[in-house]
Design a protein around this ligand. Sequence first.
Ligand code: PLP
Length: 447
Amino acid sequence: MSTTLTIQQQDSAHCLHPFTNFKELNAKGARVIERGEGVFVYDSEGNKLLDAMAGLWCVNLGYGRQELVDAAAKQMQQLPYYNLFFQTTHTPAVELSTLLAELTPEGLNHAFFTGSGSECNDTVVRMVRHYWASKGQPQKLEIISRKNAYHGSTMAGASLGGMAFMHQQGGLPIPNICHIDQPYWFEEGQGQDPQEFGLERARQLEQKILELGEDKVAAFIAEPIQGAGGVIIPPDSYWPEIQRICDKYDILLVVDEVICGFGRTGEWFASQTFNIKPDLLCLAKGITSGYLPLGAVMVSDEVAKVITDANSEFAHGFTYSGHPAACAVAIENIRIMQQENIVSRVRDEVAPYLAQRWQELAEHPLVGEARSKGMVAALELVADKQTKQRFAKEVNAGEVCRDICINNGLIMRACGQTMIISPPLVITKQQVDQLVTLAKQSLDDTL
Ligand code: PLP
């Protein structure tokens, strides 16, 4: 006789979750998210949760946008699938690449489509090496990244990423990738002037280039604001120095805007916020507001010219590179952003309001620092507010706080002892109030 399993039991029996401690999951059973509307999701127990993470930093236009659903359905009826391989193309990919060329910073006029952020970064590794080889400099192989960066989960993505716990599984990083320190002032620069600290961290790039040999370095890759590493907002001195060094040594600057792109920092792209001039720009997540999987590497005219003039093909691509339905959703997503002035609304109204309300949390006894930029924000949890001393690792302060948040109806994420948010860009000021109230209440309950 067969017994009916609950959805949690079926989940434990058959579904292997990403980035999950299975013992903990199986003991508790997964929370089943059933539907979403605006900035809220609803679970199978009837709880309404304010999703301050926009899913995984992606549902920028919020849940339940019928226009995005219709765009996908219409495209699926007309042409659900075709690819860009072997001399074919289709209108959604062409239209989207044209739109992206217009929207992204000057000179990035060519899109290589992928299915995800990780695939973008795999593409980066292969493309920058192919570029230098095509220019007659095949020895330029080294790619410099940063500790604690997150660039995805594929072998190349996780290797570019600087998460030590990921490297420990499976013998990463792959060869010719190395990491310099991150510009994380709160954790690593206390007692030092933040701008000096920013310069010092940026100059590690120069030291690393000289150590590896100027003629060996292909590229430097970084997120404008490190997201999964704990919303690490660099001091203002950091990015101009990085740009100077990349220009001086003629190495490609790759900016991973998988999180920061599409309005999150108050400009269409964070490269504009920080005045960075990337040679390659990685996009995903917010490109479709997460409604369908899609990524794009935007490529400069200079890099594209070398690749397209080369005698050999760029032997790289994915079945779902430029999936027509995903491209149609991305086009509609951009149309809505333009029509509803999402970017200027973030820059001029909601982000300043979030920044002001978020700073109130800095007063809390558990908070060592509250910081935000655009629509990403972090709280550093501390055991001692005066000395900024952290909690002992065994206390799992971040996870405790995260669980309390969710019980109070708020989805925040914990990165170690850093609590982070990245809410949908359509969040209203009233919902920001609600978010801050719930966060404050959760901090009180954590005490
Ligand atoms: N790059 C950054 C900056 C990210 O934050 C992420 C995911 O969070 C990725 C790349 C990987 O994207 P995906 O999970 O779509 O492969």
